[in-house]
Design a protein around this ligand. Structure first.
Ligand SMILES: NC(=O)c1ccc[n+]([C@@H]2O[C@H](COP(=O)([O-])OP(=O)(O)OC[C@H]3O[C@@H](n4cnc5c(N)ncnc54)[C@H](OP(=O)(O)O)[C@@H]3O)[C@@H](O)[C@H]2O)c1
Length: 380
């Protein structure tokens, strides 16, 4: 696989730092462009960023200068692939500009997740949805215009990713009619500096703005179908309650599911342990560097999963499930744990990019070079 240049928009934040850590030695991608807010532009990464991860900041990245956050300012230095980790209002303004300039934008933000022509993807669950990106105006000539070739793909909310990995094997085998989920979300999920220590230490906050709504709507899109230019959400009734807890990393979720077909304890465990869907979607010809071998791992011990003990299963890319037991309201209940900045954010976007690379979606030869597209953008 050819090593491709990539950029990170929002490079200094909690997710941006995780992108840098995960991409530092990536065999397919090479970081050549970094941007954040206007406050950071012109500074070196080391000056602009409060590095908070437990591995050293790579020297090459520390010395890179943060660029202005527009495609036209980057000119020919703009990479064709941009990972985005900015807040939704900023993403809503900036991401379409990068797609219009000809970039593949792979976003963590909620801004376009539910758009009718934007794939919302967890590769093990719905990689086929990526084809819908061809319905985006930047991929098709409209009224004689030359499409830039750029596109926008999103990964879900950090809780939705861990959740659908556990749900997908059950939905495929037994069908899920309705479900209830109560979350215990880590403070790093609120970015840096995030929730004030005086608010969260020794405390639980039973409200995270817009989080329950996101979980409730994204599950249906993820577990549903897609045709060439539209999505058909799965008709699953989802009720979510979201809480912020004093845990550094790792979102825990307590889940109850109502199945369409009865399943035994052993059948539910078998559905999870045999779930290796990337091997069944024609994507196994090339080893995807970030894909965990087992996306769902069951922890049989009585009091697992726990953030301190299970966070890094599958290099932080696996959902750990435990405590499967009968539910007196629905059929089965269980607890899951997912790493919110790895599997729930940067790692999810990188895995999406790996799948897009294998699908040939980064082959931009049929489209104009980036610089032309960026210049066109300036003159519009
Ligand atoms: N944290 C998680 O676990 C998680 C999980 C899934 C999805 N997400 C999503 O990922 C996105 C980033 O979250 P985060 O936790 O990394 O937030 P964060 O720590 O607050 O980082 C925000 C980043 O956006 C940059 N930024 C601010 N204003 C900007 C502007 N006008 N133009 C360009 N960049 C700008 C900041 O740069 P400066 O340093 O210059 O201010 C910083 O790099 C959000 O949409 C969030 O919902 C987060």
């Amino acid at each position: 696989m050819e090593r491709r240049n990539v950029g990170i928009l929002g490079a200094t934040g909690a997710v941006g730092q995780r992108f840098i850590q995960l991409l530092a030695d990536h065999p397919w991608f090479n970081i050549t462009w970094l941007a954040a807010s206007d406050r950071s532009a012109g500074k070196t990464y080391a000056e602009a960023c409060q590095w908070r991860l437990d591995t050293p900041l790579p020297t090459r990245i520390a010395n890179m200068v943060l660029q202005p956050n527009t495609p036209e300012a980057a000119g020919p230095d703009l990479p064709r692939i941009v990972f985005s980790s900015v807040d939704a209002p900023i993403a809503r303004e900036l991401e379409p500009k990068f797609a219009a300039a000809g970039c593949a934008v792979i976003s963590n933000s909620s801004a376009f997740r539910m758009a009718s022509n934007v794939p919302l993807v967890v590769p093990e669950v719905n990689a086929a949805h990526l084809e819908v990106l061809e319905a985006q105006p930047t991929r098709r000539a409209v009224n004689g215009s030359t499409p830039s070739g750029g596109f926008l793909v999103t990964n879900p909310n950090c809780c939705a990713i861990g959740l659908v990995l556990a749900l997908a094997p059950l939905h495929r085998r037994f069908g899920i009619g309705k479900m209830f989920v109560s979350t215990l979300q880590a403070v790093s999920g609120a970015g840096y500096p995030g929730v004030a220590s005086l608010d969260i230490l020794g405390n639980i906050i039973p409200y995270i703005k817009n989080e329950e709504e996101k979980l409730q709507e994204e599950v249906g899109k993820l577990l549903g179908g897609a045709t060439a230019d539209a999505f058909q959400p799965a008709p699953i009734i989802v009720s979510a309650m979201c809480n912020r807890v004093p845990v550094l990393e790792g979102h825990t979720e307590c889940v109850s599911v109502k199945l369409d077909k009865p399943a035994t304890h052993a059948e539910v465990l078998a559905a999870w342990s045999s779930f290796q869907p990337l091997h069944g979607q024609g994507l196994d010809g090339l080893h995807l560097p970030s894909a965990p071998e087992f996306p769902v791992e069951y922890a049989p011990e009585e009091a697992r999963p726990q953030p301190r003990l299970d966070l890094m299963r599958g290099n932080g890319m696996a959902t750990t499930v435990g405590r499967l037991r009968p539910c007196s309201l629905f059929d089965w209940k269980f607890t899951l744990l997912s790493h919110n900045t790895v599997r729930g954010a940067a790692g999810a976007a990188i895995l999406n990019a790996e799948v897009l690379a294998v699908m040939g979606k980064f082959d931009f030869r049929a489209f104009p070079p980036l610089r032309t597209a960026a210049q066109e953008l300036v003159t519009v």
